[in-house]
Design a protein around this ligand. Structure first.
Ligand SMILES: NC(=O)c1ccc[n+]([C@@H]2O[C@H](COP(=O)([O-])OP(=O)(O)OC[C@H]3O[C@@H](n4cnc5c(N)ncnc54)[C@H](OP(=O)(O)O)[C@@H]3O)[C@@H](O)[C@H]2O)c1
Length: 243
């Protein structure tokens, strides 16, 4: 796909990985829909960082737990910038859920944002992608999908579901739309990660370091530029998944 001037929606683009992905897509000449939920300031900063070129971008708020908000997000974005060619399902939530104290609310929350939202976002953009004859969807999964972490089972299960969804969408939406996932290892530890958590991420990798947002953004760029790859889960984890 020629990326120049095409429209990309990046969810959770006001902070961290989502922001870095949005900035790279803008550098590649795409017009970017910068979605945020609570990080309005961050989203405005992303817009500033993407405004180096002459391209048009659009900042929009939505709670992705709600299907009507997802539909509103896609409708308003397409009204503003035209049909979406690239969807990056980056938004997610992550917190510990010790087995015996996990409640239904925790479970539903993690599945709604991590799995239900990517499904309905894909559904909302796919018709126009099919009409255009091309489209790419990239889902941000996690290194933990094959060896789930105790203490984080709903998160890991939601991301494992996202990998299954990636393959299912690739089959459903071919040949026009390519759907892939990236499974990052630790690249940007959450702010509440202890020094010990980071040491353990390093020790549990083959390359003996944590990654950077750049490593993930490079993988996104690779998948966007590859026209013969679909239904794959690309680990970008310093070898942690096979350690
Ligand atoms: N960071 C890592 O090392 C790492 C490792 C493995 C996998 N990943 C995956 O990579 C992706 C990005 O990671 P990250 O660490 O940059 O994520 P993050 O800092 O936790 O950011 C999460 C994003 O999701 C958005 N979000 C959360 N709840 C939402 C809701 N209800 N509606 C809409 N948006 C919502 C947030 O938006 P607001 O801030 O605007 O509220 C935020 O932009 C995630 O899918 C994560 O699971 C990251």
């Amino acid at each position: 796909m020629d990326l120049k001037n095409k429209v990309a929606l990046v969810t959770g683009a006001g902070v961290r990985l989502g922001q870095s992905i949005a900035v790279r897509l803008a550098q590649l000449g795409m017009r970017v829909i910068i979605h945020y939920h609570q990080s309005e300031k961050g989203a405005k900063q992303t817009a500033k960082l993407t405004n180096g070129g002459n391209y048009q971008h659009f900042v929009i708020q939505a709670n992705l737990k709600d299907i009507s908000s997802i539909k509103m997000l896609v409708r308003k974005s397409e009204e503003k910038l035209g049909p979406i060619s690239v969807l990056i399902n980056n938004a997610a939530d992550f917190f510990p859920t010790p087995f015996f104290s996990t409640n239904e609310e925790d479970w539903n929350h993690l599945f709604e944002i991590n799995l239900k939202a990517p499904f309905f976002l894909s559904q909302s953009v796919a018709k126009n992608m099919k009409k255009q004859g091309e489209g790419k969807i990239i889902n941000l999964a996690d290194v933990s999908v094959d060896r789930p972490w105790t203490g984080f089972l709903p998160y890991c299960a939601s991301k494992a579901g996202l990998c299954s969804l990636t393959k299912g969408l690739a089959r459903t939406l071919a040949p026009e739309i390519q759907v892939n996932a990236i499974a990052p290892g630790t690249v940007l530890p959450p702010p509440n990660h202890s020094e010990m958590d980071i040491v353990s991420s390093v020790e549990n990798s083959l390359l003996k370091r944590i990654g950077s947002s750049e490593d993930i953004v490079n993988a996104v760029e690779y998948l966007l530029k590859s026209d013969f790859v679909t239904g794959t889960i690309l680990p970008v984890d310093g070898g942690r998944s096979i350690h």
